[in-house]
Design a binder for this molecule. Structure first.
Ligand SMILES: [Zn+2]
Length: 110
């Protein structure tokens, strides 16, 4: 009686979305990296620096930009970087989440 090991399914690298904290295949996530010039979206996924992954869902970006990203990257997010990230977020599909009042943050604290 021989015990054959069942073939493992092909390993899919997973990363945690900092918005909803679900582990997802990397292709569903956008990598954001803290590089020497600030915080950037890293479409290649290969830029060096501390990175964080955010789901391509608007709700997760909103959460990320309201604190989770700064925490994950251990860095403040400059106004310019935030603008760029919000611009990216604005192009995402709201993804079926009901969000009738997006409440744009009017950057209060100076
Ligand atoms: Zn998410």
């Amino acid at each position: 009686m021989s015990h054959k090991k069942t073939a493992q399914p092909k390993h899919i690298p997973r990363r945690m979305c900092i918005g909803c904290r679900e582990a997802l295949a990397k292709r569903s996530l956008v990598r954001v990296v803290r590089g020497p010039d600030g915080i950037r979206i890293d479409p290649s996924g290969k830029a060096s620096g501390r990175g964080a992954y955010i789901h391509d869902r608007r709700a997760c970006w909103e959460k990320a930009l309201s604190g989770a990203l700064a925490q994950a990257l251990k860095s403040e997010i400059s106004k310019a970087d935030r603008d760029a990230l919000e611009n990216h977020m604005g192009r995402l599909d709201p993804g079926g989440e009901q969000n009738p009042d997006p409440a744009p943050s009017a950057g209060g604290t100076a």
